[in-house]
Ligand binder design. Structure first.
Ligand code: GCU
Length: 672
């Protein structure tokens, strides 16, 4: 099935010299041990051998691949391979014996699995392995996918079919997809998965479902993937015959402790709970006049003795504070810095509103030095054209990770907050809301796979250049030909700015159609809550457009460190990409290029359209490098993307023009 294999499709190596230098290593391997993880490694090597089509080649007896945990290596090798600095999951690929022996080692079998995937990745890219020496270890501990999957198999904000978890037929029926899902994730270093939606159903905590969760955990375990569940805060009432879910109530505490014990009895390496509380109608501690800390720490205590963790989400906002939704999470959480239990992480979305095509980084990242903060990215494209638009998200993730929070002086990047180096945090994590479903290629859009892949690579190492990720994925997935890789890398890298241009240029945000968030909808659509109405975000009127978040407005800017707050308080020194996020400016405001704000807005929308046209043109020349099915599908999807980029441009410009009352600049067509 085209696309099903994801990045584990070991395509034939077309270059005979390269092929020759690889075959012996794969045909002459020794994997030390016998556990289920070791079996998985052997199986993967076999699949690679078959895919690369090495099976019939003569092994050259001199070359050899040895894979083993350091302290189980033969003594002659043990002394040559030092794994001291690798931690539990890091690996080392060492070439010895005049290039004839390659050793993959580490301190655990999971490290070997990661090393094996790392080694195969070199081969998939046709890299020279004659003197291969790699030392690599993850910089973030908990690298987790968040599935917003419901028990009825619908997926909240999922655009690739239904949930891959077939609850009805579990635990008896183990689909091959479960194992392939684990392989694909292990190959990019993901080591955890939250199986259920953050808008949680308490039933998942009942024995009937735990048995099913256990079956999945057993498939994932050899691949180093822990399972987690979402915990519905009111579960003690809904399931437990209690009349309260007050986190300080002894019976409630006991109830959760029992649930945790029951789960751990079945799944000893269960990861813990992800919790959305007091947000968008979800139950939480506030109802009992308790705090986020009370709620999180109570659950933390229930799982602590089992080494479990709580990922407590900071995506909270309420209609009672209509001033500026962007400020609320910070205001609610900052007073509790340092008060959360050791096994709690606060999971924060990358921006303060909600997974927009572009948002400044969430100010909480610079403001809780004593609390482990977990990054939450969205891989599914809720606000970015679902699975119909091609957008390479690692570019977006990278932009956020590279931003300087100044929390501990200059160069306190978001990446350093997340990986703990900025303030020596002991627990570190990163989550990606999955874009996976029952579509035969998992993600719907063939290029959606690149976003899953890229999330995993950045979770492993948040400092990898998104361009390298793009190249790597293109080579592995399609072709190593320079004439393909180069232009397509540029296309992927530019695709993020493209979507910003045709949806929300210059700091505009949340002007998608309400509820489903697909397509433009900057006009009034009163859903009852002001902050669900797009006009709340762009505030366009005769005087101008944009959200004043400086001191003369909501002052959300004050939540950032001084160097940022100062710089962004003046529109002239605010990066133009964030201009209307922080400022309300007149339509004729003069921008850096000497043109009016109105003209710049219009030109950005137009540019976005032209960039999609360019994507189409580039893709049209790539037929020879990709398989037919993916070529056709991507071509058709790009045609949709172009139509919709025009739809965005025309809808937004004609809507805003009624306020600006200005002509469109040359080069921007009149809306149809
Ligand atoms: C967004 C999204 C919801 C989701 C929520 C969350 O608002 O539209 O579907 O539940 O984020 O992250 O909790």
């Amino acid at each position: 099935q085209e696309g099903y294999e994801l990045w584990l499709d070991y395509k034939e190596i077309q270059d005979p010299t390269v092929e020759k230098s690889y075959t012996s290593f794969l045909n002459n391997t020794e994997v030390i041990g016998n556990s289920s993880t070791i079996q998985s490694i052997k199986k993967e090597l076999q699949l690679a051998r078959a895919g690369f089509d090495f099976e019939d080649s003569e092994p050259n007896n001199e070359s050899k691949l040895i894979i083993g945990v350091q302290n189980k290596l033969p003594s002659t090798l043990k002394n040559q391979i030092n794994t001291k600095n690798l931690g539990e999951e890091g690996y080392k690929i060492t070439t010895i014996n005049n290039g004839n022996t390659i050793v993959i080692s580490g301190n655990s079998e999971i490290a070997l699995l990661y090393g094996t995937y790392g080694f195969l990745r070199e081969m998939q890219q046709w890299n020279d392995i004659s003197a291969l020496n790699i030392e690599d270890k993850p910089k973030i501990q908990k690298r987790v996918l968040n599935h917003w999957d419901n028990l009825d198999r619908t997926v909240e904000r999922g655009y690739a079919g239904f949930s891959i978890w077939d609850w009805h037929l579990l635990p008896e029926l183990i689909k091959p997809e479960y194992k392939d899902y684990a392989r694909a994730n292990a190959a990019i270093g993901i080591n955890g998965t939250v199986l259920t939606n953050v808008n949680s159903n308490a039933l998942i905590l009942t024995p009937h479902y735990i048995e099913k969760v256990k079956a999945l955990a057993e498939v994932f375990r050899p691949y180093g993937i822990q399972v987690y569940l979402t915990a519905r805060f009111s579960a003690p009432i809904e399931l437990g015959d209690l009349d309260t879910a007050d986190p300080l109530d002894e019976n409630v505490k006991k109830w959760w402790k029992n649930i945790a014990d029951e789960i751990y009895a079945e799944i000893p390496d269960f990861g813990g709970f992800l919790v959305k509380a007091d947000s968008e109608g979800q139950p939480g501690p506030f109802q009992y006049d308790r705090t986020h800390v009370d709620g999180a720490n109570m659950l933390a205590e229930a799982v602590a003795s089992h080494n479990g963790i709580i990922m407590w989400r900071a995506f909270v906002y309420s209609e009672e504070d209509p001033d500026d939704r962007a400020k609320q999470a910070y205001d609610q959480f900052i007073p509790y810095d340092g008060k959360f239990a050791d096994n709690v992480m606060v999971q924060v979305k990358n921006g303060a509103i909600d997974f927009q095509p572009r948002e400044p980084f969430h100010p909480m990242f610079g403001a809780m030095p004593n609390t482990p903060l977990m990054m939450e990215f969205q891989i599914t494209q809720e606000y970015l054209g679902f699975s119909s638009h091609l957008v390479f998200l690692p570019k977006l993730f990278e932009e956020v990770l590279d931003e300087d929070t100044y929390s501990n002086g200059e160069n306190s990047t978001v990446a350093k907050i997340i990986d703990g180096t900025n303030s020596n945090k002991k627990l570190t994590g990163i989550a990606g809301v999955a874009n996976i479903g029952t579509e035969k290629n998992w993600t719907g859009h063939p290029f959606g796979q690149a976003d899953w892949y890229g999330f995993g690579r950045l979770a492993w190492d948040p400092y990898i250049d998104s361009k390298d990720i793009a190249q790597e994925w293109l080579k592995i997935n399609f072709s190593n030909e320079e004439d393909f890789v180069k232009p397509m890398t540029d296309l992927l890298i530019e695709s993020r700015e493209t979507v910003v241009n045709y949806m929300t240029p210059l700091g505009l945000h949340h002007i998608m159609a309400t509820s489903h968030h697909y397509g433009p909808g900057p006009w009034v659509d009163d859903l009852g809550r002001p902050e669900w109405n797009p006009v709340y975000y762009h505030k366009a009127d005769k005087n101008g457009i944009g959200f004043d978040r400086t001191a003369s407005g909501s002052n959300a800017l004050a939540q950032y460190a001084k160097p940022i707050a100062e710089k962004y308080s003046n529109p002239k020194t605010t990066p133009e990409k964030y201009l209307l996020w922080f400022h309300h400016l007149p339509w004729d405001y003069e921008m850096k290029n000497g043109k009016s704000l109105w003209n710049n807005i219009a030109l950005h929308y137009q540019k976005g359209v032209e960039q999609v046209e360019q994507m189409q043109k580039t893709w049209a020349t790539m037929e020879q490098y990709v398989n037919e099915e993916e070529f056709e599908k991507t071509s058709m999807l790009l045609a949709i993307q172009l139509e919709e980029a025009k739809w965005w441009r025309d809808a937004c410009l004609s809507y805003f023009q009624q306020f600006s009352e200005m002509e469109l600049p040359t080069g921007v067509p009149e809306p149809e």
